[in-house]
Design a protein. Sequence first.
Length: 351
Amino acid sequence: MILGKVADMIESVTVFVLGVLVVVLFAPQRGVVTQWRQQRWLRSREAIEDALLHLHQREHEGRLASVESLAGALGVPTRLALMLTQRMEEQGLLQVSAGGLSLTPEGHRLAIQVVRAHRLFERYLAYETSVPPHEVHELAHRLEHTLTPQQLEQLDAYMGHPVTDPHGDPIPSQSGEMPQIEGQPVVDFPLGKPAQIVHIEDEPPYVYAQIVAEGLRPGMIVTVIERSPTRIVLESDSDEHVLAPVVAANITVREVAPQMRAPKGERLGALEPGERATVLRIDDACQGLTRRRFLDLGITPGAEIEVVMRSAFGDPVAYRVRDSLIALRREQADWIWVQRNGGTYRKEGAA
């Protein structure tokens, strides 16, 4: 009987001690493990570089950051953002004033390098891999903290020193120079006048996703053919793109010179078996592995291509180019712009 009571007491004490231990270790604010994780995060490259990006973005917008805005941008408690601010101030990366937080010259230099890393990674993911467009930004954000400066320069050289990312944002040079985007919102551009898309804002993501779904991208030539309080209609080649004004406001365009206008043509997928055509260009939307495959197959401007036959289900379709037979799905064929031999032109959807 006595042994049983002693055993119960020992069990109760054990449970109590374990409970206290759990609280001491894992309490949300003061737990040992929580504090260790917070200290580790404060010392991390990712935390500091994300903070630099936030301050740089705020300054680009003409306003200063605050501890509260930093906490919101990083998704951490204000107390932790304050600790990070103090740490970065000690490192000479930012300065605190009555107006808010601003970058020091050294902080600005490092922030530009993070912007450079992010946009180079976006360019690589969009043009050299099969990552979907709507996932490029988030993946680049995770990768931008991983390379050394030497590795970043190797990536830049591998891609031929590109000057813009997939959205049209300028990629800072190695020395930190970054040109400004010149243009105006497409919602303000004159009706009936060709314009070139120079930038598409990728925030917020759901708005960017709508623009991508319409097939719009930097470098495209478009014409505003309709504008109303409820919609903006753009025409590109033989396609029309209908956008809400709030979505179209994220597209920046500039007037296009006559020599920049692409030659007339139609998509290869519109041709029927037995028809032949001359390749005009590969659509700018086709990048990365697929574009390289087309070039390897000899699908270049001036090449003659013939529609040989359709499969039993209509897709894919067999084509002959440079004495070789290839098979392309309809969405692949639609990336290839051609002119029917004989000079005829039939707009998509025409009888």
